[in-house]
Each structure stands twice: as structure tokens, then as C-alpha cells.
Design a protein around this ligand. Structure first.
Ligand code: SF4
Ligand SMILES: [Zn+2]
Length: 556
């Protein structure tokens, strides 16, 4: 770009001075100077919708010298500071392109919605068990779900395996070699994952856009428009593609994501340590002091942004603030003050909306901005930890498999059933008892279900409350062969089964409650064997009368 932005900034200030009063006089602030006839305010007739505006250069990387400098600074930092992660080691050392792509693919899928620290162990176990696409293609869905258990968003593992099978059966085991083909040919591979695999594994010069990149780019270029809108996301992809380093695209993309994950973090970014701070327009913006009556505006020099803002007087700010304050007093609500740092009132597709201007108390965290998230839907379910004595009197729990589609597809859980909101406890018990009866093929007495409490788990879009009950059975219980898959598992087996984190929380709540009941006033863990001896059981595996095995557990 090479031209000084001070002069254009001055022009914007002058435009603001000229445009500001016009806006206020044609709107509510006209009440500051009401005409003698008190003609009511009428909004102007709607103008034809303007053509979509192009973003100004302040939101772009249009100076090649600055882009080069940014790439250089970011890559140098990445080389010095990058975290040592198993998928990075594989991507750097694996000679086979297919294996490299597979290793990156697995990591990218696991990292969607999940923290790096959590993923590492899952990734290592996965790659040890299925080091190649071919190995994964031969695994059963049950094995995949078991390994994925606890990682959340379970459909990811299933889709990864389906896609691996497709590569093996339809593409002769060879991974597609471009981002476009990866996205087109592999089910479940979206634009981000395809670009990440292609840039990291094959060196294709394509950018990536994920949550971390969105944050960094929005801050680097003061993008305050809703960053979840498709139009803004498209612009960010254009920017990422323009910015990516041509000779080291994979490292560059990882560096941008690493910066977002470790330095340019959502709430308290470490701007002082940031390797690209001299290219960051949000930082520059935050370092200006409008309260002083002076406002800094950035200049772009030959070598990029000059880090010290040029200070120029901005008399319009004071005038506008006073007008807005008077208007607020009269009308009882705030009138947004047009921000002279933005590209122009309402015309820029990437500036913050006029109604939500820059908030100086937020600094760089003014960016990015998102439309308010939809509240998760509230749902309730009753669930029962049904326990019996198995081999050597060890407790076993009944788990049942969920349907193969929908939420938590194919995972195992304690028998559960959805509850209407506000259903009385008595009715809950009755419904749950009936549900359990269908699983075990024997009548269950509702009054014998012990209420443990409530466990809340937030799925991506559901605020799920489990009302937890428990019931201890003595003796062997024959499961109804006609029921969908169900099985008895020991505690160890439960934890390595494909069960959700929510179900692990349910078991924990149940165990805690039982500990309390067994040892009131003592923190030690209940001895399950000891409790079982007092229940009148005749020994493991013995088929008892229904009355005997539905006998409630020993009272505390
Ligand atoms: S200077 Fe601050 S806001 Fe800008 S990119 Fe760096 S960490 Fe993010
Ligand atoms: Zn703008």
C-alpha cells in the first residue's frame, strides 16, 4: 500500500464532523432543537438497498511488504516456541504421504471442539491401535466408540472410520491429494479439515480458518462484524488464503492457530509477547486514548504499520458525546456514537455494527464479535444404575445401547427414558420402573428405586438433566433376549466401554451417595462386598425369587 493513512484518517474525521450532526438532526437528537410547531419526527422514506460494499484496505493484507514481514515474524516465533505435539512429529517425520495425511486427519478431527491437552492421550492410543487407514477401516464401530469414549461429539469417530473405509474400498487406499478433492471425496471432511490436511501433509498453499484463526485475523484487521456470519467467514477465508506463506503453508497455518491457542487467547491475550503485535490493528487501536481528546490513527509506512500512533486532535468526539448524552437524557436510551475509527457509518461489511461501537474497556477483545448464541434446549431424563452381584460378588451394572443414529448414537448408557418437564417424582418412578421392567423382563417396584439426585450435562445444544435412581438386585437376572443390546459390566468394564462422560458422572454421583449412606460421617469408600453380605443373598449366580432379588439395599 505504501501511502500514509493519516491523511485519509483526517478525511474520515472531517466526514464524521460533517455527517454526525446530520444523522443526529434527522433522528432523535432533533429533539434537542424542536421546531415551534413540534412536528413529529418521521423517518425518511426507505432508500433502495445499497449494493454490498467492499471492505476497506484497513481490513485487508494489501501491502506485500507487510504481509512478508508478518509471515516471517510468525514463522520465526513458531520455530522457536511451538509445542511439541505427537501429530506434529508424525507430520514432520513420516515419509509416506498417505500415512502423513492420515495422521494429520485423525488429529484434526479429534481437535475439533476438544482441547489439545485432552486429545494427546486419545491420539496416541488411536495411532497405536490403528496406525494406518487400512487398520482403521477394519475396526468395528464398537471399538471406535470405545476408544473415543469421553472425547465427546461421538459422531466424529464414526465418520472418520466411514471415510477411512471409503478411501480403502473406493480410492485404492490413496488419500486425495488436494484440499478440494479431500473435501469432495471424503464424507465428514469439511473445508477446514481438508485445507489443514492438504497444507500440512502435502504443502498445498491454502489457508485455514478455525476458531483460533478467526480470532487472530479479526484482531489483526479490526474485524468487528459478526464473525459467525457466512459473509464474514468467506472474507476470512480469502484473507487466510492471501496470507498463507507459499513456501511453508503447513507451518504457517499451524503457527496462526498456535498463536490463537497460546497468545492471542479469547479473554486475556498476551499482546506484549505477541510476535505479530506490530502488525495488529486492534492493538494499535486499543493503545489510543480517546479520553484525552486526542486519538491515535495508524500510519502505514513502507515496512508496514508504524507501532506508534500519530496523535491528532479529534474535536468531533467531544461534540458527539455531548449530543448523545443530551439525547439520552431526553429519550432515556443511548444513541450510538459513530466511531471515527470505523470505515464509515454502516457501509463497511467488516466493521462493528453502528449500534455496537468499539468499547474502550475491552481493548483488543472487542474483536471478534459473534451474534448471541442460541440457548441450549433443556431436556430431562430419568436414569437408573441397576446393580447386581456378579462373579465373586463384584458389583455389575446394566448398560444398554442407544440407537445407531441421533445423539450419542451407538453409545452405551444406564437404562434411561426422557421425562416431560415438571413430572412429579411418583410418576417418574412409575415410568422408570416400567422402563426397567422392559429391560430385565421382571416386574420392578417403583417405591424401591432410590433417588440419588440430579446430574447435569451440557451437550453441544442440549442442557440435559438426568434424574438418577439406583436399584440393587441380589442374584442373577436374565435379560430379555428380545431387547436391543444390553449387558452387565463390572466397574472396570464400564469405564472402558463406549459410554458418554454424562454416564460416568451418573455412576460417580451414585457411588458418592452410596458411600455417604454406608458411612455417614466417614469419608472412606464403601466396601461393596461387606454390604452385599447383609442382603440375604444365597451366592453369586444363584437364580432367586423376584422378591429376593428386588429386595432394597441394606438401610444405612
Ligand atoms: S497483538 Fe494482541 S490482539 Fe494483536 S494478534 Fe497479538 S495477541 Fe492478538
Ligand atoms: Zn470497516
Amino acid at each position: 500500500m505504501g501511502s500514509c493513512r493519516c491523511s485519509s484518517a483526517w478525511q474520515r474525521v472531517r466526514r464524521g464532523l460533517a455527517a454526525g450532526p446530520v444523522v443526529l438532526q434527522s433522528g432523535p437528537a432533533a429533539l434537542l432543537h424542536p421546531s415551534p410547531s413540534l412536528t413529529p419526527y418521521r423517518p425518511p422514506a426507505a432508500a433502495p438497498a445499497p449494493a454490498p460494499a467492499s471492505p476497506s484496505s484497513r481490513h485487508l493484507f494489501s501491502d506485500p511488504a507487510e504481509t512478508e514481514a508478518l509471515r516471517r515474524d510468525l514463522l520465526a516465533w513458531y520455530d522457536r516456541c511451538k509445542r511439541d505435539l505427537p501429530w506434529r512429529t508424525r507430520a514432520a517425520t513420516e515419509p509416506s504421504a498417505d500415512r502423513r495425511a492420515y495422521a494429520v486427519w485423525v488429529s484434526e478431527v479429534m481437535l475439533q471442539q476438544t482441547q489439545v491437552a485432552t486429545v494427546i492421550d486419545y491420539y496416541n492410543r488411536w495411532m497405536q491401535k490403528w496406525p494406518t487407514l487400512q487398520a482403521l477401516a477394519q475396526a468395528s464401530l464398537e471399538e471406535v466408540n470405545e476408544l473415543w469414549a469421553g472425547l465427546g461429539y461421538y459422531s466424529r469417530g464414526k465418520r472418520l472410520q466411514e471415510a477411512a473405509r471409503k478411501v480403502v474400498s473406493e480410492l485404492a487406499g490413496q488419500m486425495p491429494r488436494t484440499a478440494e478433492d479431500l473435501q469432495k471425496l471424503l464424507p465428514g471432511v469439511g473445508r477446514y479439515t481438508a485445507a489443514a490436511i492438504a497444507s500440512i501433509s502435502y504443502g498445498q498453499a491454502t489457508g485455514v480458518v478455525d476458531g483460533n484463526v478467526i480470532r487472530v485475523l479479526c484482531r489483526l484487521r479490526c474485524i468487528g462484524a459478526d464473525s459467525s456470519s457466512p459473509a464474514v467467514i468467506d472474507r476470512l477465508w480469502d484473507m487466510a488464503n492471501a496470507l498463507v506463506d507459499r513456501s511453508r503453508p503447513g507451518d504457517f497455518n499451524q503457527a496462526l492457530m498456535e498463536l490463537g491457542a497460546t497468545v492471542c487467547v479469547p479473554k486475556a491475550p498476551l499482546c506484549g509477547e505477541c510476535p505479530v503485535k506490530q502488525h495488529c490493528r486492534a492493538r494499535l487501536r486499543a493503545s489510543t486514548t480517546p479520553e484525552s481528546g486526542l486519538k491515535g490513527l495508524p500510519c502505514v509506512g513502507q515496512g508496514g504499520l508504524v507501532d506508534e500512533p500519530a496523535l491528532i486532535p479529534v474535536p468531533s468526539l467531544q461534540v458527539e458525546k455531548e449530543l448523545a448524552s443530551a439525547s439520552q437524557k431526553l429519550l432515556g436510551k443511548a444513541t450510538p456514537v459513530p466511531d471515527v475509527e470505523d470505515c464509515g457509518a454502516g457501509g463497511c461489511p467488516l466493521c462493528p455494527p453502528a449500534a455496537e461501537p468499539w468499547d474502550s474497556s475491552l481493548g483488543v477483545t472487542n474483536f471478534p464479535r459473534k451474534a448471541a448464541k442460541k440457548q441450549p434446549r433443556a431436556a430431562r431424563a430419568a436414569t437408573c444404575v441397576l446393580e447386581r452381584r456378579g462373579c465373586h460378588r463384584a458389583p455389575e451394572y446394566l448398560i444398554v445401547q442407544r440407537p445407531s443414529s441421533g445423539l450419542l448414537a451407538g453409545l452405551w448408557e444406564f437404562p434411561s427414558l426422557p421425562l416431560p418437564q415438571d413430572l412429579q417424582e411418583e410418576k417418574q418412578r412409575e415410568a422408570l420402573a416400567e422402563h426397567l421392567q422392559a429391560w430385565i423382563g421382571q416386574p420392578v417396584v417403583a417405591a424401591e428405586l432410590q433417588l440419588i439426585g440430579e446430574v447435569v450435562h451440557i451437550f453441544s445444544h442440549i442442557h440435559q438433566t438426568y434424574v438418577v435412581y439406583s436399584l440393587s438386585l441380589d442374584g442373577d437376572v436374565t435379560l430379555d433376549a428380545a431387547s436391543p443390546p444390553s449387558r452387565w459390566v463390572t466397574e472396570e468394564e464400564f469405564h472402558v466401554s463406549a459410554v458418554s462422560t454424562a454416564m460416568k458422572k451418573v455412576l460417580k454421583a451414585c457411588e458418592k451417595q452410596q458411600e455417604k449412606r454406608s458411612n455417614p460421617g466417614q469419608g472412606s469408600k464403601r466396601k461393596r462386598g461387606a454390604k452385599a453380605q447383609g442382603t440375604g443373598s444365597t451366592g453369586p449366580g444363584t437364580q432367586l425369587s423376584l422378591r429376593a432379588f428386588l429386595q432394597p439395599p441394606t438401610a444405612p
